[in-house]
Design a protein around this ligand. Structure first.
Ligand SMILES: [Mn+2]
Length: 322
């Protein structure tokens, strides 16, 4: 994978007239923040630019006015474009329905990303795997092209930087991450408000659901393993669904003695979706035992049976990894 020079990329951006930008399916803050920052910068520079994505904008991110620019189809034909840009896309297949349009595109393609697995599928590529977010890379591209970083663009980039870095908590956060954040703050990004909206705020139903889950917190293996469980009735009583359980399992892992935490969501009677988190032990191996998988420190699987049975089986599988 060899990157194109920034001057070359600047030329591509400066000479384009009509561009589409896409990101990966099930878009996150980094994908939409980086894509829309580029889209706005191109428009501010007098170009036609469209942001397309197969899936809808997640509710939490919809608060940014620029999100209304994200479309699930291109309003012109691909043949009318001279530039097709992908952001935060590790592999062409991650573009979903737009993958075939990208592959058969006759104009110029540009690939800007931070995933280590990115093979450089664009005509021009700018992939920096040491970056915590694609939003960490976009500013240098905009600067090279002489595109202004407006307050709105700074807010979008800050949002992607905060979300992909886990509010600056991931181990790939570097001095450059903070330098970019500092620059974006100077350009007017409201990092305090973005942090609150992305990481802190929640609905009342979610807070009550969390209380229910936490009231059932229990421990095994001398306190090294923690379980929380949520029933179908909890979801019904609080008007929530599984999308509101994000962070529950991480909360259980934050307890000092706990090495592995598990959340068990009741999918239906005698069926549980387990999410596993670990500080060190291999929970991918645990999940694999039950036909699931994921990463060493974060994985998931489906289990069948009574709750107590499921807990016993998971306890034994975790015991073997500690
Ligand atoms: Mn990303």
């Amino acid at each position: 994978m060899t990157n194109s020079g920034l001057e070359e990329i600047a030329k591509v951006l400066n000479r384009c007239k009509r561009a589409a930008i896409t990101c990966h399916v099930r878009p996150d803050g980094d994908a939409l923040g980086s894509g829309l920052a580029l889209c706005l910068a191109l428009r501010n520079a007098g170009k036609e630019a469209y942001m397309i994505c197969e899936d809808e904008v997640p509710e939490r991110l919809a608060i940014f006015p620029a999100m209304s620019l994200v479309s699930r189809s291109l309003p012109v034909s691909f043949a009318e474009l001279d530039l097709f840009i992908s952001v935060d896309v590790a592999d062409v297949s991650r573009m979903g329905v737009f993958a075939s349009d990208y592959v058969s595109f006759k104009g110029t393609t540009l690939n800007i990303d931070h995933h280590i697995s990115n093979q450089g599928f664009g005509r021009y590529n700018y992939v920096l795997p040491d970056s915590t977010a694609t939003c960490e890379i976009i500013p240098e591209v905009l600067n090279a092209a002489n595109f202004e970083i407006t307050e709105e663009i700074a807010n979008l980039l800050a949002m992607g930087l905060l979300t992909d870095s886990g509010n600056f908590s991931h181990n790939d956060v570097s001095a450059k991450t903070f330098a970019v954040a500092s620059m974006l703050r100077a350009k007017g990004a409201d990092t305090c408000r973005i942090g609150y909206l992305m990481f802190t705020r929640q609905t009342r139903g979610r807070a009550i659901l969390f209380g229910k889950a936490l009231s059932r917190l229990r421990f095994a293996l001398d306190g090294k393993l923690a379980f929380i469980n949520i029933t179908q009735k909890d979801f019904e009583d609080t008007g929530t669904d599984k999308s509101h359980t994000e962070g529950f399992v991480d909360y259980a892992l934050s307890i000092d003695e706990v090495e592995v935490s598990v959340s068990l969501l009741e999918v239906r009677k005698n069926q549980y979706k387990a999410s596993l988190r670990s500080k060190k032990a291999n929970v991918n191996a645990v999940a694999s035992t039950f036909g699931g998988g994921g990463h060493v420190l974060a994985s998931g699987c489906m289990l069948f049976g009574e709750l107590e049975e499921v807990i016993d089986r998971l306890t034994y599988a975790v015991y073997q990894q500690l």
